[in-house]
Every structure is written in C-alpha cells, then in structure tokens.
Design a protein around this ligand. Structure first.
Ligand code: BTN
Length: 258
C-alpha cells in the first residue's frame, strides 16, 4: 500500500508503514523494534485498531476510517532519556500548537499529563511506551490518537470531541495528518537541539485550569486546589490550604465540566 502522506520532515515519518487494520500501532511498533526491523522515526499508522491502548490500561476506542491512529518509534539519541517526561512535553506541545493553529476560534488546552482538550472535551491522547534493555532506554513508542471525522455530537455531557464536531463538516484527514507530522518533527528537532527554553512555560500555560482553583478527586474526595504547574519529572503541582504537593499520574483526577 502506498503511503497516504509525504511529510516534509527530517526524522519523523521518513518511513511510513500503513495497515488497514491492526490490534494496536503501539504494539506493532514495539514488536518491530524487538525484532530490529524498524528505523528511528518510523511511523506505523492504521485506519482501525482492534485493541487500541490508552493511558492507565484503558482501551482507546476509535470509529474505523474516521480518525488518526499512529505510533512513532524513537530511539534515544540525546540526554532526554535522562528525563522521559521531556519527550512527553515535547509531543504534547506539538499537538497542542497544531490544534491551536487548526482550530483558531476554539479553546485548546492540555489536561495533565497529556490529554488534548478542545472546549473542555478530549480530542486527542498520547501514550508513550518505553522499551528498556537492562537499565538503558532502547526506544520510545509515541502513540497518538486524534479524533478527526468521528461525530460525537455537541451535547454537554459528552466528554469527547473531534474536528468534524467543531467545524460542523468533514475534513481532509490525510492533509491534517501530514501537517501534524511536520509539526511533531519540528518540535522534536528543537528538543534534540536542546532548545527546551519555551516548552516548560508553554506546557504549564496550556494546562487547563493553570493558576486557577479547580476541582480534583483525590482519595475518593473532591478537593479544590490551585494548579501551580508540572515539575521536571512530570508531576502535577497543586497548592491546597497553603500546602504545595506534587502528584504522579494516577494519584489524582482533575474534574472538568464540558
Ligand atoms: C490516552 O489514553 O489518552 C492515550 C491514547 C493513545 C491512543 C493511541 S491510538 C494509536 C496508538 N496505538 C495505541 O494502541 N494507542 C495509541
């Protein structure tokens, strides 16, 4: 099958591998890495996943032939492997800025740690799975699911959205895919150059509820606390009754009203 896109990039998407149907693009990328048959920057993409993987062992559901489902295989070439969350911030910011450019009249945010939200509803998610050889990081698989033409409707009780829902029309999926890959490549190259200056602030400022008092569920209780940002290890820092605390993913749930 010939590639559906031809991105103008330096690393990401130089090789493109398409399958109409897969269990999970992350799974296949990991298997190909273990079998040493995949190069740095390769993208595996599909139109349908039977076992799409989400954060925290959840399932990633996506209507066939409507959305973007892909994984990028990245071999560590720089000191970012010392702090895997740097890659997470870089990819999430690339997606966030892509969405801001494509949907200029919408409110685009990050829900910590890496959900992409438009008008308080989730439009895309990132799942980075690291492969180790002993103590050494040997590759990261960056999986991205982005809702494009699947229609969720505009009811306020729905927590998902898509380009089609926001624009009220079907959009060109492959054109968006190509532009998205080019954006990710640009952010990745900056990261390799060590240019992380803007990313930390950009990331914090894009967090939904940054510097505001918002609701969280912690230990089955609703707590109102101020978001102070995300630390270098990716923990969310919140202040509550004048105490600053940092939480790992899974230890806290932000409650968001659509
Ligand atoms: C999340 O839970 O928000 C992360 C979702 C990541 C889903 C993508 S779809 C392509 C890639 N393959 C997978 O199995 N998962 C990721």
């Amino acid at each position: 099958m010939t590639a559906k896109i031809k991105p103008n990039t330096q690393i990401i998407g130089q090789n493109l591998v398409y399958f109409a149907r897969l269990d999970s693009t992350n799974h296949l990328a990991m298997e190909m890495h273990k079998n040493q048959i995949i190069e740095n920057g390769t993208i595996i993409y599909t139109d349908e996943q039977t076992h799409g993987r989400g954060q925290q062992q959840k399932v990633w559901e996506s209507a066939p032939y409507e959305n973007l489902l892909f994984s990028i295989l990245l071999k560590p070439v720089t000191n970012y492997s010392a702090n895997p969350f740097t890659l997470n911030k870089c990819i999430t910011m690339a997606l966030c800025n892509f969405l801001k450019e494509q949907l200029p009249s919408a409110k685009v945010n990050i829900k910590w740690p890496n959900d992409l939200m438009v008008n308080n509803k989730k439009i895309a998610g990132v799942l980075i799975e690291n492969i180790f050889s002993g103590q050494q990081l040997s590759a990261s698989v960056v999986g991205v699911g982005m809702n494009i033409n699947q229609q969720f409707g505009n009811h306020s009780n729905l927590t998902a959205t898509s380009f089609a829902d926001i624009k009220n029309e079907t959009v060109d999926r492959w054109m968006l895919f190509q532009q998205l890959i080019e954006k990710i490549d640009a952010y990745y190259l900056n990261m390799l150059d060590g240019d992380l200056s803007g990313i930390e602030n950009e990331f914090n400022e894009s967090l939904i509820g940054y510097h505001e008092t918002v609701a969280f569920e912690i230990d089955n209780q609703v707590v109102y606390a101020q978001i102070e940002g995300c630390d270098a290890d990716g923990r969310l820092m919140i202040s509550h009754s004048n105490v600053l605390k940092a939480y790992q993913h899974g230890g806290i749930k932000q409650l968001i009203k659509a």
